[in-house]
Ligand binder design. Sequence first.
Ligand code: 0L1
Ligand code: MG
Length: 256
Amino acid sequence: MTLEAIANELYDHQTSAEELEKLTLRYDGLSVEDAYQIQALLMERYMRGNDRLIGWKMGLTSKAKQQSVGVDEAIYGHLLKSMELDSPEVSLQGLIHPRVEPELAFVLKRPLEGPDVTPRDVWLATECIMPAIEVIDSRYKNFSFTLVDVVADNASSAKFYVGPQAFSPYQFQWENVGVVMKQNGVVVQTGAGAAVLGHPVHSVVEQVRMLSRVGKRIEAGMLVLTGGITEAIHIYEGDSVCVEFDGIGELNLSVR
Ligand code: 0L1
Ligand code: MG
């Protein structure tokens, strides 16, 4: 089986919302580098259609999430235009077993590249920070995977919603911004920006470094979803999810 054939298999399952067995149960010897190549081929397939790359996302950025998958590194994925929700409503159609998590999105005004990027470079290149909700959806049975599987599946990316209000990068100490997530009025998760690699700016640094290993960079105008501030929660038809970001307002997502 070629990496291209595996990417096509994932494409078919992502677009038909049908679960599949883990790749690592079926194909021997896939490396994390192979998995990122599969991810890139998968994204090229979407972009050969009418889609385009609008940003990047970091995943597994909290110690708790890394432990639950048994890894000690964060991962990245591509964000395509088709994943962006233009209103705070998500349809379950086309999704398998979605979960949502609160995130902070960095929006860049200048490109960022290279292995030596620092938080200072990120601040200089950041136009604004916006609260967001990511809808993740693993294509694997029971939402169960290894590092290789989840990287190949574009880091479980499915949909995301970015709130309408942008904030100055200097307005808050983002690691201290608290988050309360409610599902149908009941508090289900709490966290703070520090859950994301100690500070969400480190997530953008890591994203740039990881991309530099494959000769890529983040372009001006793109956004970076920096990683879940809390654990992700399962969502069901009719749910309403409210995420209160301390000092910067709330986002409300309806599930249809
Ligand atoms: O956005 C994320 O943190 C998802 C990373 C992949 C792990 C998962 O699906 O929970
Ligand atoms: Mg995420």
